[in-house]
Design a protein. Structure first.
Lengths: 246, 647
């Protein structure tokens, strides 16, 4: 997991979004641009797999196709300017994938076998299980993609914050506190929460505030990675909430 | 909400939103809730108050400032949090102020911030904390400033108020900074004791210039309520520099009385015993209508300076020529202000509590001219109780090495902040508790601290809980070879020595007293030989006690000294008068000195000295001069004379 600098005390501003690096790069195949794209792809390949499966490919074929799409994308000149001129990485990715599947790119994929895309480790067992858990059959490929995307985003954020707590030697604290991320009004008993953390009620409240604040900050940061402009973060958040609600 | 049928996972649903939950996602939490909470406007669950969250620790922001070593959080205010940091590339200390995120209003903030910060960076003045840089990193808006090693005025007012002389001494420098900034169209908008810093050299530095305007929009009544001018508090759209003058009036009122002015303003002199002329000054600065206040900081400054120079109870100020502040001995006026700052800083940083102070006799006169040096009477060290040996030795702050404090086995101590050292006594009534008594400017501050010594670390804790970690400094001699061959017995140092570098003369007498003659004035004190071969000098100059030490070695008529910081000085013995010099007869001997059995040569010197003085002689200076030319065997007689007050 790549860690990014803490924005604990803000949450309002973000580091330069990674997608904006890809989009904004003067030389579209610059090292920085490609590294940023690869980093994004590694995080969001799972929704791609789900869509490929939804198009009727077998698990084995879907693995190959996802790998190949990945390889194409990361190949020099594989990314056309027109593709990149989209506001969101999510939109870009699904459009590019559909084009890939509709084209005949995959026909000569045997030629590519053994190429660089095999270096990308994708845990297809998990992907397969998640594909089934997504209620895939009732959704259009786009809906499935968006829902899978939202779940991936949430997993990524949870993973990041858990990692941060673990790195700070506070894994146990995270396990106790994580349920507070989704708690609503009056659902948290700060006294008993404090007891299990060895804190008083006030300190427990601070701990809850901290983890929620940090999670929100990470969440915005992760979304910001996939949009061109920070202004789009809130809208993207609402889109993803819709995707999850389906 | 239309939960989708779930094909393979368990059919659990979220109690809150009804979303179907899959076992393997989101750590068992509801993904929809995990997403939705990010859309809420507040961090805590609806209806629950946000706790007061401590500021980010230095470790938490370290990643955002890779070019700095973030050392500690210095404090937090309404505008943000300040950290002490070392700028690695320039190896200098800086202060980094992170603006509070809740102050970052909107997208246009960055533009506003940029504009204001550029203005502030142009304010270069010795009494204004310099802004080195500003910017945004990881969403944190920051201002990088000069690090002021010292204390703020709030810390200095630890008993709520200050001596009037101290209070008035600070005001002109504040005015100077305001005058400068106002001239460039910058209004501070948030003058208060927390923003008035005093560095170790005693210089006043105003922090956070214009930060209030930078953080707030123009119409925002940002500021700190008790210090806000009425028009500022009322949210007037156009406040001007006179709001700063009002705020300074509040600060001055608080320094003098220990209280902030109430709605019905009571003159400071009715609360504390001060010169009534100060009332007029303060009340005018505190006028509710800006038009009735001092119109410029310069006006206020002139008034304060006049008040400081003309002592109380003199005739009508208009008929008296104001005495320039630097008449006479500028060097010592300078030393005086340094010493004052050193003691204040000592009291605030190290101990932070003054049990009692004895005010100087002449509170409103310029202490630099406040009287002749006094020979220090022999201190009765027999009254001194055995103490905890563990503290004896030289200690320096574990942080940046300053201050350095040395506790001597005889119950004296010296405190050195790098620019000035102040001497005093300490006692240990019980192990773990120490009382210190330091004298500066004729005031003696008594402070009580707790301490613990563990190995080579000494931890001191003041009554407010402030801790200072100090490490033991092993006394080393920079160049031992320089001292190898000489004689460093007590006898060897007795005599009159001329320093090669600055021509001052220092004389050590066999009775443990000493004097330094700088060409104009004599200063007296005591010296003592320490077990480790160093000489400790204990002098009081213009009411400030100074204790210092050095190693020495005498070879023939040359004395080499090395002080603990490694500085070496070389002295040459001043030849004594020829002992065979004939005794002066009674006509030659100055009045009252017959007991001394002066030689002709000595008598002639004294007469010449008296002639040069033109008949106006300071008795102590006279005594010191006589002492400087007497032989050792004449001294006991001299002591008898000086003790009976004979001239």
């Amino acid at each position: 997991m790549k860690t990014t600098p803490s924005t604990d005390s803000s949450g309002r501003m973000f580091p330069v979004t990674r997608w904006s690096i890809v989009v904004g790069a003067r030389d579209e195949n610059s090292g920085e641009s490609m590294a940023a794209l690869e980093d994004l792809c590694r995080t969001y390949w799972m929704p791609l797999y789900a869509v490929v499966r939804r198009y009727g490919h077998s698990a084995e074929e879907a693995q190959d196709l996802t790998q190949e799409f990945f390889a194409r994308l990361l190949q020099k000149h594989g990314l056309q300017a027109a593709d990149r001129d989209k506001g969101r990485f999510r939109t870009f990715l699904v459009v590019a994938l559909k084009r890939f599947l509709a084209n005949e790119w995959h026909r000569d994929r045997a030629v590519k076998r053994g190429g660089r895309w095999e270096k990308v480790p994708l845990d297809t067992h998990i992907a397969e299980r998640l594909y089934h858990e997504s209620g895939a059959n009732s959704l259009t490929p786009e809906q499935l993609f968006d829902k899978r995307w939202a779940l991936t985003l949430i997993e990524t954020c949870l993973g990041r914050i858990e990692h941060e707590y673990r790195d700070a030697g506070r894994a146990a604290e995270f396990d106790v506190l994580k349920v507070c991320l989704t708690a609503g009004r009056g659902e948290i008993d700060y006294e008993s929460l404090g007891k299990s953390l060895g804190l008083n009620g006030g300190a427990a409240r601070v701990a809850v505030h901290r983890i929620r604040k940090r999670y929100r900050s990470i969440f915005r940061e992760e979304i910001a990675r996939t949009v061109r402009d920070d202004k789009d973060v809130d809208e993207e958040m609402r889109n993803l909430l819709c995707a999850l609600t389906r | 909400m239309d939960p989708s049928p779930n094909q393979s996972g368990p059919a659990a649903t979220c109690e809150k939103c009804g979303t179907t939950l899959a076992s393997s996602t989101a750590g068992g939490l509801c993904p929809r809730c995990l997403l939705e909470m990010n859309l809420a406007s507040r961090t805590m669950p609806d209806g629950e108050p946000s706790p007061q969250v401590p500021p980010p620790t230095p470790e938490e922001i370290a990643d955002s400032f890779p070019q700095f070593e973030i050392v500690e959080c210095l404090g937090r205010g309404g505008m943000g949090v300040v950290y002490k940091a070392r700028q690695k590339s320039l190896d200098r200390w800086v202060a980094i102020k992170l603006l509070a995120p809740e102050r970052v209003h909107d997208e246009r903030f960055a533009e506003h911030f940029e504009r204001e910060a550029r203005t502030l960076a142009k304010l270069t003045h010795p009494n204004i904390v310099t802004v080195h840089d500003h910017g945004e990193t990881d969403g944190l808006f920051y201002i990088m400033m000069e690090f002021v090693d010292g204390v703020n005025l709030r810390d200095l007012m630890h008993e709520g108020k200050m001596e009037p002389a101290q209070a008035l001494a600070i005001v002109p420098e504040i005015c100077a900074s305001l005058e400068f900034a106002h001239g460039r169209g910058v209004v501070h908008r948030d003058i208060k004791p927390e923003n008035i810093l005093i560095d170790r050299g005693g210089r006043v530095k105003i922090a956070d210039f214009g930060i209030a305007a930078l953080v707030g929009s123009e119409a925002d009544s940002s500021g700190t309520p008790p210090y806000m001018a009425p028009e500022q508090e009322a949210g007037a759209s156009a406040i001007d520099h006179r709001a700063d003058i009002y705020a300074l009036g509040v600060v001055l009122y608080e320094m003098l009385t220990g209280e902030r002015p109430a709605r019905d303003l009571i003159a400071p002199s009715r609360k504390v015993e001060i010169d009534v002329r100060i009332d007029e000054l303060v009340l005018r600065a505190l006028e509710k209508e800006p038009e009735r206040r001092y119109q410029t900081a310069g006006d206020l400054r002139t008034m304060v300076e006049t008040l400081r120079t003309i002592p109380r109870n003199t005739a009508d100020p208009e008929t008296v020529e104001p005495k320039p502040a630097d008449t006479g001995k500028p060097a010592f006026v300078f030393r005086w202000s340094l010493a004052a700052a050193a003691l204040l800083v000592f009291a605030a940083i190290w101990v932070n509590q003054t049990d009692r102070t004895r005010p100087a006799a002449n509170e409103l006169t310029n202490a630099g001219q406040s009287g002749p040096p006094t020979l220090k009477a022999d201190e009765d060290q027999s009254a001194y109780q055995p103490l905890d040996d563990a503290v004896i030795g030289l200690w320096e702050s574990a942080g940046d090495g300053l201050p350095r404090i040395e506790f001597f086995a005889d119950g004296t101590m010296s405190w050195d902040d790098g620019s000035m050292s102040v001497g005093g006594n300490y006692t240990i009534p019980e192990k773990g508790r120490m009382k210190m008594e330091m004298t500066s400017l004729g005031s003696t501050a008594v402070m009580s601290i707790r301490y613990a010594v563990s190995g080579d670390m000494l931890t001191a804790i003041n009554p407010k809980g402030h801790r200072e970690e100090m490490r033991r400094v092993r006394m080393g001699i920079a160049d031992p070879a320089a001292l190898r061959h000489g004689n460093n017995s007590a006898d060897a140092i007795i005599g009159n020595w001329q320093k090669n570098s600055d021509q001052t003369r220092t004389e050590f007498f066999s009775d443990g007293t000493m004097s330094i003659h700088d060409g104009g004035t004599n200063f007296g004190g005591n010296f003592r030989l320490l077990d480790d071969g160093r000489v400790k000098i204990d002098m009081t100059v213009y009411g400030t006690r100074t204790i210092s030490t050095f190693h020495f070695s005498v070879l023939d008529d040359v004395m080499t000294t090395i002080d603990p910081s490694g500085r070496m000085d070389v002295f040459t013995r001043v030849p004594k008068d020829d002992p065979s010099d004939e005794p002066a007869d009674s006509s030659e001997t100055p009045e009252g000195l017959a007991d001394l059995k002066l030689t002709k040569n000595q008598a002639a010197k004294i007469n010449q000295w008296l002639d040069e003085k033109g008949g106006v002689v300071d008795p102590v200076e006279y005594a010191n001069y006589i002492r400087s030319i007497l032989r050792d065997d004449q001294l006991p007689a001299f002591r008898r004379i000086s003790q009976t007050g004979g001239r």
